[in-house]
Design a protein around this ligand. Structure first.
Ligand SMILES: Nc1ncnc2c1ncn2[C@@H]1O[C@H](COP(=O)(O)OP(=O)(O)OP(=O)(O)O)[C@@H](O)[C@H]1O
Ligand SMILES: O=P(O)(O)OC[C@H]1O[C@H](OP(=O)(O)OP(=O)(O)O)[C@H](O)[C@@H]1O
Length: 235
């Protein structure tokens, strides 16, 4: 664990003295990110950020960086809209929102999983290439799903859920689902099988492009701290 943060010097090119805002997701990414955050020198106990409080914004060991703790699906939106200058989220979230104002300079190599198509075990493989031109799909990822099926010439009717989409086929709400898969145990426990991997996912460090132009030194220094923390991790 790192006891004290290095002090990040403000340079004349920084137009503001306000701390940079780093948006971090709660949940499984934060858990995996904890050791990396400790090596950046920003926190003593990175995975415990915000525990035991209802506050959502926290100082770090660096007076020039504050953290906001938000839902993982919202991190990209906080960064794209400039509420936070920098953040961490899964590539699945980046793909879904596809914000042009976001630059993703670093693959953090955590939160590994895939976004996949799955269907009930007993059902024959769906011919999404030709015969069926319409399919009903339950998912938390409407944009990724529509794009995936459109590329095959299939019109996907989306049943937009925020969790437990594995239930949708057995409850006759959709014939297939698009969701995250890691070990495959959730699919198996719900009588589904993975039929197509749409994309592999890891967590990324993301940056607001405008902020990178207006506060280049502070942001580049923070990116470097994450890069070095990852290299220490690998060593
Ligand atoms: N089973 C998994 N294995 C590895 N990484 C995963 C897995 N499921 C999700 N992830 C990654 O972690 C991110 C957050 O997932 P998590 O389940 O912690 O949040 P959530 O509760 O679903 O999201 P939110 O906080 O927006 O409601 C996902 O966007 C993805 O990048
Ligand atoms: O292949 P597996 O290892 O079983 O992981 C896949 C599960 O993980 C995620 O859910 P999560 O645990 O985040 O629950 P939630 O969607 O209810 O938040 C995802 O939505 C799947 O349900």
């Amino acid at each position: 664990m790192i006891a004290a943060a290095e002090t990040q010097s403000h340079t004349p090119s920084d137009p503001t003295d306000a701390p940079l805002i780093l948006a971090l997701p709660k949940g499984r990414i934060l858990k995996a990110l904890g050791p990396v955050l400790e090596r950046t020198g920003l926190f003593k106990d990175g995975s415990a950020i915000g525990e035991g409080t209802r506050s959502l914004r926290f100082p770090t060991l660096d007076p020039n960086v504050d953290v906001v703790r938000v839902r993982s699906f919202d991190v990209a939106t906080f960064v794209a809209h400039g509420g936070a200058q920098i953040g961490v989220c899964g590539a699945d979230v980046l793909m879904e929102f596809d914000y042009p104002d976001i630059y993703a300079p670093l693959d953090l190599g955590i939160g590994g999983c895939r976004i996949s198509l799955a269907q009930p075990v007993g059902m024959g493989t769906h011919d999404t290439n030709a015969a069926s031109s319409h399919i009903r799909v339950a998912t938390k990822y409407p944009t990724i799903t529509r794009r995936h099926f459109a590329a095959k010439g299939v019109n996907a009717e989306i049943v937009h859920l925020h969790g437990a989409m594995e239930l949708a086929p057995t409850l006759d709400m959709a014939s297939v689902i698009v969701d995250l898969v890691d070990t495959g145990s959730t699919l198996k426990a719900n009588g589904l099988r993975e039929t197509d991997v749409i994309a592999h996912v890891t967590s990324r460090l993301i940056v607001n492009r405008v902020a990178l132009k207006t506060r280049p030194d502070a942001i580049r220094a923070l990116i470097e701290r994450f890069r070095n923390a990852l290299q220490e991790n690998a060593a």
